[in-house]
Write a protein that binds this ligand. Structure first.
Ligand code: CMP
Length: 146
């Protein structure tokens, strides 16, 4: 069955790498069912990353995510959560370069904070984050799953 995930092209990748990332996404067989460019407010970024609130890098992460536009995408594909995580590669681009040199983070990311892309870590997170960013699109999801 088709699955949905939330993907984000982060501010560090928007100027130079957005178009090639979008091409890569479509080339790998994901359907982009929703797409919007947005500048996150501090409040939204804090809520979006609330699971990381206690981490030492939290305030840096929020600053970074608010510094310019992000591209928010809903990706639909079989096994979308895992497939998108594989295409992104590991969080740290240094590690990505070693273990998955073809991945987006290996190719485009500067460091573990400025790592170009985000993806939901589970189907449940995907559902929650998609609703947070796009509102309730569960009916569309059901329709596009056929
Ligand atoms: P993401 O997959 O969006 O989830 C949490 C984000 O926090 C991560 O990508 C990075 O942007 C950032 N992050 C994770 N680990 C670290 C770290 N050790 N130092 C700085 N930023 C980090």
């Amino acid at each position: 069955p088709k699955q949905q995930t939330l993907a984000v092209i982060k501010p560090d990748a928007m100027d130079e790498h957005r178009d090639v990332i979008l091409e890569e996404i479509r080339g790998r067989g994901f359907t982009v069912t929703r797409l919007k460019e947005t500048v996150l407010s501090r409040e939204m970024a804090e809520e979006f990353y609330k699971e990381h609130r206690e981490k030492p890098f939290f305030s840096q992460l929020v600053d970074f995510m608010c510094r310019g536009p992000c591209m928010m995408l809903v990706l639909t594909k079989e096994n979308a959560v895992e497939e998108w995580r594989a295409l992104m590669g590991p969080t740290d681009p240094q590690k990505a370069k070693e273990t998955s040199p073809e991945s987006l983070r290996a190719r485009f990311a500067a460091d573990v904070l400025h790592n170009s892309v985000h993806g939901s870590s589970s189907e449940q997170h995907a559902e929650e984050k998609i609703r947070f960013i796009f509102g309730d699109i569960s009916t569309e999801a059901a329709l596009s799953a056929d």
